[in-house]
Write a protein of this length. Structure first.
Length: 368
């Protein structure tokens, strides 16, 4: 085994190999996640002293005081000439483990990221709520950074962000961008949202809508002439709507439905699929837009089950379900049949759409 490299060497290698995450766990060698798969480096296993020293090198000064009494940290770290990273540390059996995520630069445009043109059209909205959703590691941060950069490039606006931590740095272009970090520039998302409307924003980005107070504040801002962008850890558009409604007690849900019907401009849900040639991943994107048909079903609880049907039939507006997006990727030869089948919501419908199965039963298997 090779000698343990320095922090700079570990992070430089993460960027050089195109990895998304670096795992530093006591008792194991450093591990890199590449295209969704974890690879152990051919290095010695880390000791508790190693990870403690690495955390001390990563921690910003304002977090070091009293750090021995804190079990979890979540913060951003920048290395000149290498890039920016999101760092999460936690204790496991009394020792420190660290996960470092590489943050993509903000200069990537929608086409380079493989995102549909509809995403740009949604960003042209002057007000309302846009949600970017997906599981951890699905590219939400990268997509939001591209959205903010698009607005910054094409619109004269005051953009204010609330982030925990700040991941992608934005320079002023046609807009001015103020980035506020929770715990440093404001005590909480809720406190930041309470004051943000007094800062004359046109566009507001809230890193995550976790609590009812922040959710309601975002809806109020979206209803009162501001474009609000945020993220949620939900798997698709319909679950996103249910998650929002379930955050509130039943007696408030009618009002929240009305607010959603008025303000929701779009839900962009993402999954990343491995490319068929084995290098990199491509996004499959579900898009639900705030059309009249969608608004009607958001407001009426008896029609909620019709949301998926509205998305399926909303191609004219730029809407698509995950299954439609994944089928298009498969038809274009970008993903394999097995990977597509693993990620679609309805495997049977996918098989029928690709000719592998008919309504009468299975046909010949695909060659890919």
């Amino acid at each position: 085994m090779d000698q343990m490299p320095s922090l700079d060497e570990l992070l430089s290698k993460l960027q050089a190999i195109g990895g998304s995450d670096l795992h530093l766990k006591v008792g194991s060698p450093p591990a890199y996640r590449i295209d969704g798969v974890l690879h152990l480096a051919e290095l010695a296993s880390l000791t508790s002293q190693h990870t403690a020293e690495l955390l001390n090198a990563l921690l910003p000064e304002h977090l070091k005081e009293g750090s021995d009494e804190v079990t979890d940290f979540d913060f951003a770290y920048g290395m000149s000439g290498v890039g920016r990273f999101r760092v999460n540390s936690y204790r496991q059996r009394g020792s420190v483990n660290i996960v470092v995520r590489a943050v993509a630069p903000s200069s990537q445009d929608f086409a380079a990221l493989g995102l549909p043109e509809t995403v740009a059209k949604v960003c042209d909205e002057q007000d309302g709520l846009i949600l970017v959703t997906g599981p951890t590691g699905s590219g939400k941060t990268t997509t939001v950074a591209a959205m903010i950069d698009y607005i910054n490039t094409n619109r004269r606006a005051n953009i204010i962000t609330l982030e925990d931590p700040i991941e992608v740095l934005h320079k002023d272009k046609r807009s001015i961008v103020s980035q506020r970090e929770v715990g440093v520039d404001t005590m909480s998302y809720a406190e930041g949202m309470r004051s943000i409307l007094r800062q004359d924003p046109n566009v507001i980005y809230v890193g995550e809508l976790r609590h009812p107070e922040a959710l309601e504040a975002a809806l109020v801002a979206a209803e009162t002439g501001h474009l609000v962008i945020s993220t949620m850890y939900t798997i698709d558009a319909v679950e996103t709507v249910h998650r929002i409604l379930d955050s509130f007690p039943p007696y408030q849900q009618r009002r929240i439905r009305q607010m959603l019907g008025t303000s929701l401009r779009g839900v962009i849900s993402q999954r990343l699929l491995p490319k068929i040639e084995g290098q990199g991943r491509v996004p499959a994107v579900e898009i639900m837009l705030g059309t009249e048909g969608i608004r009607e079903r958001l407001v009426d609880p008896d029609k909620m089950e019709e949301l998926v049907e509205q998305i399926v039939e909303g191609g004219f507006y730029g809407m698509q379900t995950f299954d439609q997006a994944i089928t298009a990727r498969y038809d274009a030869g970008e993903v394999s049949f097995s990977d597509a089948l693993m990620h679609v919501t309805s495997p049977r419908d996918f098989k029928i759409a690709t000719g592998v199965m008919t309504s009468a039963g299975p046909s010949a298997p695909p060659s890919v």
